[in-house]
Design a protein around this ligand. Structure first.
Ligand SMILES: [Fe+2]
Ligand SMILES: [Fe+2]
Length: 169
């Protein structure tokens, strides 16, 4: 039976503890995506001004992608025999993406998005490390999601560059 068990990878009984560890990391990732959806909805609507246009359009586009990420994390939690948590377990963390005092303060939004994407990038790199050699399916999924987040951050770093070049940041 040993051969059979080891051939079941992360779903093997002997990997129950590792599975629990990965499920907890996936739950955190799930909540990060859900909170990002909330923050991007608000920040794709609130900003005012000419300079805000590109930013709100980019954020509005990202919402669907982040929602898709949340759904992927949820599905993977279930596949690993976990349960997707209910909304009462949610605890907000994105203090840096709250509405700014002035809705023309688009720099606040750009920096907040970069911070959110950086947080996701750090957490997903951790999942990729923890799953290495034991759960290739989760790892593969998270590598693809990580690429999306790197793309999001790069886009907003470009917006920040423009602000810096214009002496506004
Ligand atoms: Fe995401
Ligand atoms: Fe993102």
């Amino acid at each position: 039976m040993t051969t059979r068990t080891s051939s079941q990878g992360i779903l093997a009984d002997e990997n129950a503890e590792k599975r629990e560890e990965i499920i907890e990391l996936l739950k955190k990732a799930y909540w990060m995506e859900i909170e990002t959806v909330m923050s991007y909805v608000a920040n794709s609507v609130n900003p005012d001004g000419l300079r805000a246009q590109e930013i709100v359009e980019a954020l509005a586009q990202d919402i669907q992608e982040e929602l898709g990420h949340a759904q992927q994390f949820a599905a993977r939690i279930k596949e690993l025999y976990g349960v997707v948590p209910g909304s009462l377990e949610f605890a907000a963390e994105q203090s840096y993406l709250q509405p700014p005092e002035h809705q023309t303060d688009i720099l606040h939004v750009i920096k907040g998005v970069i911070e959110a994407e950086t947080g996701a990038i750090e957490h997903y790199n951790r999942i990729i490390e923890v799953t290495d050699g034991v759960d290739y399916v989760t790892q593969d999924m998270v590598i693809a999601i990580l690429r999306d987040e790197e793309g999001h951050r790069r886009l907003f770093e470009g917006f920040l560059r423009e602000f810096e070049a214009d002496g506004l940041a």
